[in-house]
Design a protein around this ligand. Structure first.
Ligand SMILES: Cc1cc2nc3c(=O)[nH]c(=O)nc-3n(C[C@H](O)[C@H](O)[C@H](O)COP(=O)(O)O)c2cc1C
Length: 203
């Protein structure tokens, strides 16, 4: 099958890319509003794009033509936290995507625990396997109308990693219980690991 993107609408491209590029990460983005209220919502269009400085971008669409609470909060506080949740907390993580009013603390509503961060105003989620405190360094606009998105680039200032997951110089993958998003309200578990490396080329 071949699909010319020019012939597809926004929703068709959404379904094709999400399923074709699956799995995407499930990241609970926690932020703080202008009035100090905490907010959290799951985001999958999240990706590290640079190591030094450590930059991760988050793509945030519109809801009913308006910026989502996460977007509004990132722009006012100039920071955010990326929380990598495990499968035992998938239910509250997904529930946090419900359309709660801006002043409702989704973490409290869904039974997760907000804790203050060391370097940013946004809170982190105590239950997360990994939490990355990020400072907003750049915003980019893409798309038009319904397809409009803000892409936020955050510099990771501080990483919190559960002690039991740390393997000296990295997170031990077999200890992570991360879930992936494959689109259409469907998720997968991180389970099987194997190594594969390129063989040396003969000069
Ligand atoms: C698994 C999952 C991944 C999602 N990824 C994104 C995303 O990358 N970008 C986005 O704008 N919305 C995404 N959403 C939808 C938001 O979570 C949803 O619009 C939420 O209500 C936004 O909340 P907020 O207004 O508190 O930011 C995702 C939802 C789920 C369940």
């Amino acid at each position: 099958m071949k699909f010319d993107m020019a012939n597809l609408d926004r929703n068709q491209i959404h379904d094709l890319l999400l399923s074709g590029m699956a799995p995407l990460p499930v990241v609970l983005v926690s932020t703080v509003g202008k009035n100090g209220s905490y907010n959290a919502a799951p985001y999958s269009l999240v990706f590290p794009v640079c190591y030094k400085p450590p930059i991760i971008c988050v793509s945030c669409g519109l809801r009913k033509g308006q910026k989502k609470d996460t977007a509004r909060n990132i722009e006012s506080a100039k920071d955010f936290v990326l929380n990598i949740m495990d499968e035992t907390h998938l239910k509250p993580t997904v529930q946090a995507s419900a359309d709660y009013p801006a002043d409702v603390d989704e973490m409290k509503e869904v039974g997760l625990t907000a804790v203050p961060c060391d370097r940013v105003k946004s809170p982190r989620v105590a239950e997360a396997q990994v939490s990355l405190e990020c400072k907003l360094v750049q915003r980019m606009e893409l798309g038009k109308g319904d397809a409009f998105r803000n892409i936020y680039f955050g510099e990771v200032l501080l990483a919190h990693i559960k002690d039991e997951l740390w393997a000296g110089h990295k997170v031990e993958p077999s200890k992570l219980k991360s879930v992936g998003y494959v689109g259409n309200e469907t998720y997968c578990r991180l389970r099987e690991f194997f190594t594969e490396k390129a063989s040396e080329l003969k000069p």
